[in-house]
Design a protein around this ligand. Structure first.
Ligand code: AKB
Length: 316
């Protein structure tokens, strides 16, 4: 990785990944882009270029002019937002990725493509979900992510494009807000605990899902992109997880620090149905064995750090 392009750079992962890569590789070597019509401001990573990954001409121009060798393609609609507009979600998530893969093929770039627990479906084994298993997602988000996994495989096998990626669980972080996912509740709960001491949760108390703290999510992306190609059997769509938890368990952990915090449950049937179609926890032994994946944060260390960092942010 010498010259990097990031799409979706103002998103939850994009803003922090941009900062990390700029610190590591130099500001001038990390071109961070956000969608042409986005009015999102990244809390940390500036400046940005404008790019719609569905526009192959503009994508080619940036990759060619800037001599890009690696693309972190993060631009995507998340699961709940995608259900509001499935056609747009397919266009952004699937057609955008095809463009990125095509340009990577033409200019010999490596790609990081984040898939998700959303690429699994109701027929998937829920516990210790294997790397290779029944997927058959029933959301447009999941369908676009699963298609993306297969397209990455195809571009590697057919054209040798180094297309790598992980299946992210819900990501918990305090810099940029998540935008339109099913696992967003886990971030909202921290803000509510610190600001209102009360939170209305849209998932049922016992809904178990995989989660990960942002530093581990960034570490996964960078480590996988730096891994020795010869050691990678799957190459993309690696299950990675750090902890699995329910709203009830997260609330109980937060209450250890803020005893007066209360959670009520006001279920959103759309997001509940999405969550119910996802695994309880994934098995991530392929990532551990092939490229040394190892998360750092547990539920208790994540909650402690989140509360400290977010409190500081909210005070400033
Ligand atoms: C979402 O909830 O849509 C995302 C994801 C798990 O991919 N956070």
């Amino acid at each position: 990785m010498k010259k990097i392009l990031i799409t979706g750079a103002a998103g939850q992962i994009g803003s922090e990944l941009t900062e990390l890569l700029r610190n590591k590789y130099g500001n001038e070597n990390v071109i961070a882009t956000i969608h042409n019509q986005s009015n999102k401001e990244s809390p940390i990573a500036k400046p940005f270029g404008r790019l719609d990954s569905r526009d192959q001409g503009s994508l080619k121009e940036i990759v060619n002019n800037e001599k890009i060798d690696t693309v972190f393609h993060l631009a995507s609609l998340l699961s709940a937002k995608a259900e509001e507009n499935p056609q747009l979600a397919w266009d952004v998530n699937a057609n955008g990725l095809v463009n990125v893969l095509e340009v990577a093929r033409m200019y010999n770039c490596a790609i990081f493509f984040p898939s998700s627990i959303g690429a699994f479906g109701p027929g998937t084994p829920r516990d210790n979900t294997p790397q290779i298993t029944i997927q058959r997602p029933n959301t447009i988000y999941g369908i676009s992510k699963l298609s993306g996994e297969l397209l990455c495989d195809y571009y590697y096998n057919r054209y040798g494009v180094e297309a790598r990626g992980v299946r992210y669980p819900g990501i918990i972080s305090y810099q940029a807000m998540p935008g339109g996912g099913t696992t967003d509740y886990a971030v909202h709960m921290f803000y509510a605990a610190l600001q209102d001491r009360q939170y209305d949760c849209y998932l049922k108390p016992a809904t178990m899902l995989d989660m990960m703290y942002m530093p581990d999510a960034l570490h996964a992306a960078v480590t996988l992109m730096q891994a020795d190609s010869k050691k990678l059997q799957y190459r993309n769509a690696y299950n990675v997880t750090a902890m699995n938890l329910t709203p009830q368990e997260l609330a109980a952990e937060i209450k250890k620090h803020i005893p007066e915090f209360e959670v009520n449950y006001k279920i959103d049937p759309v997001r509940q149905a999405i969550a119910d179609s996802w695994p309880n926890y994934m098995g991530d032994s392929a990532a551990r064995n092939e490229w040394g994946w190892q998360p750092t944060y547990t539920l208790s260390t994540m909650v402690e750090d989140m509360l400290q960092q977010l409190a500081k942010k909210l005070e400033s």
